[in-house]
Ligand binder design. Structure first.
Ligand code: SAM
Length: 191
């Protein structure tokens, strides 16, 4: 796939620290690993989630990856649209991904991918340029985001490498091989 013209941001709405800590962290890590440039969170503030994702970006690269809270999903979407970005809402009620992904990929606009939490406000369906179903069964926001980004990038995001990574994996059929660029050491650990 050619280098795309667009940028991807992911907006997670309705974060609840006591229940969603791991899920929201995994969403941010998935966004970072599969080709997004930033991750925004609305709901209750949770600095630990932001710190965890930033820590991974420091060690594994893509330090420019943005992780921030947003006061309001409505304002965030409005601002995005005012800057000519388009909004892709992942929901099991939308159009099947197979029917819309070519159009989303071909559009040069930056894309804000919105994933819900406990209750998705009905209004969001009207603000979205695309309501996209990753199949029409209920599953998880992390699964939905991963499949969406993988299809959008046609699998190429799994091969992205960051120049600024401290740690990188040396693929191996058995055990673990890790390269640490800060110490120039190769750590071989076998489980
Ligand atoms: N009950 C919630 C509602 O009112 O829509 C859905 C909760 S679901 C666990 C959380 C989020 O996962 C959804 O808002 C959506 O972003 C995503 N999701 C779950 N299944 C999906 C699917 N089949 N297609 C697209 N997104 C999905």
């Amino acid at each position: 796939m050619k280098v795309p013209k667009w940028r991807i941001f992911v907006l997670r709405i309705g974060h609840r620290p006591e229940r969603d800590k791991r899920l929201t962290t995994h969403l941010g890590l998935t966004a970072r690993a599969l080709g997004a440039q930033g991750f925004w969170i609305t709901g209750l503030r949770d600095p630990n989630v932001i710190k965890s994702i930033q820590h991974v970006s420091c060690q594994w690269g893509h330090r420019a990856f943005i992780v921030q809270n947003q006061e309001s999903w409505r304002k965030c979407i409005q601002k995005w649209k005012n800057q000519d970005g388009e909004v892709v809402h992942l929901t099991m009620y939308g159009l099947h991904i197979d029917d819309v992904i070519p159009r989303i990929r071909a559009s040069p606009c930056d894309k804000l991918v919105v994933v819900g939490g406990p209750k998705v406000p009905g209004e969001l369906f009207n603000h979205a340029d695309y309501n996209v179903a990753i199949g029409h069964q209920p599953h998880s926001e992390v699964a939905a985001l991963a499949i969406f980004l993988d299809r959008l990038y046609q699998g190429s995001s799994l091969h992205f490498v960051s120049d600024d990574a401290e740690l990188s994996v040396e693929p191996t059929a058995h055990g673990k091989r890790l390269q640490d660029r800060t110490t120039q050491k190769e750590d071989k650990t076998v489980q």
